[in-house]
Ligand binder design. Structure first.
Ligand code: 48F
Length: 257
């Protein structure tokens, strides 16, 4: 048998088999940035079937850009336990509890530990809508297609993936929350858009406001800042990691695990 045939057969067979299983997940996280990847590990640790859908062909979101392309980002002492959970090395640079981490190490280890814990990460998948039910408005999953389809400008119907919890980890875009509000005419939720820089307050508030948006839909990371009109913090990432861990805790509690 030709090797070319085997290559194609096993890629399609194994991907389809796994994808079919993931269509009924416990948690779908949209966006493989720092908050989404952190949430994925802690949710998978709870044995929840967790999948991260990322529209690009790589994980890390805004981490790779570091601070204006410098290859380090800052974290503070509040996340030392999270860095240890992920085996991420850090260097203390200031006695006020300021540390720096390497961007390549941060993004790869967040992803590696999420995968080790059992989460799946699928690249090139764009979420373009939500599955909803009414009274009360509840999110039951996502509507997705391969990113290449939208990049090519093709009109192709998408597919569905159901979940007990969907997480908007799409960053500044807050894609899912914007879709929820725009397509379902929700009067009482407004995406306020993030404010100018006030790093210290932003770092605290983004964690405090992390949580459930409507039943079935949760927000983490900069999507929280966009929703609630919070300040921006720039390339300090403690808030993102703490927000990811918090959303995992909220979901685990809501799902009773
Ligand atoms: O932007 P991103 O890194 O989100 P985050 O976890 O972290 C924000 C920080 O990186 C930084 C910051 C904090 O200091 O300000 O910006 O909140 O990652 C979001 C990911 O979601 C993907 C996008 O490609 C990125 O990798 N994404 C966005 N919309 C969709 C999506 C979508 N509709 N479907 C799939 N993936």
């Amino acid at each position: 048998m030709d090797l070319e045939l085997l290559i194609s057969r096993y890629i399609i067979q194994e991907s389809s088999r796994e994808l079919a299983e993931l269509l009924e997940s416990d948690v779908v996280i949209v966006g493989a940035g720092p908050s989404g990847l952190t949430a994925a590990k802690y949710l998978a640790d709870k044995k929840l079937k967790t999948v991260v859908l990322e529209k690009r062909l790589s994980y890390g979101g805004g981490i790779g850009g570091g601070g204006s392309l410098f290859h380090k980002v800052v974290v503070d002492k509040r996340v030392v336990d999270i860095l240890k959970d992920f085996d991420i090395r850090y260097r203390e640079v200031d006695e006020r509890g300021i540390y720096v981490v390497d961007t390549a190490e941060l993004m790869s280890k967040l992803a590696a530990k999420a995968l080790d814990s059992g989460a799946k990460i699928l690249f090139g998948v764009e979420v373009e809508d939500l599955i909803v039910r009414e009274n009360p408005l509840t999110v039951r999953g996502v509507v997705f297609k391969w990113s290449a389809i939208s990049l090519a400008g093709l009109h192709v119907d998408p597919l569905f993936m159901t979940a007990r919890a969907v997480v908007d980890a799409t960053g500044h875009e807050a894609s899912l929350i914007n879709i929820l509000v725009r397509k379902n005419k929700i009067g009482d939720i407004t995406v306020r858009g993030e404010r100018s820089a006030f790093a210290e307050k932003a770092e605290r508030d983004v964690v405090e406001y992390t949580g459930r948006v409507v039943p079935g839909l949760y927000a983490t990371g900069m999507a929280v800042a966009a929703l609630h009109g919070l300040y921006r913090m720039g390339p300090i990432f403690s808030g993102m990691l703490l927000s990811g861990r918090k959303v995992a805790e909220v979901i685990a509690s809501d799902l009773g695990v």
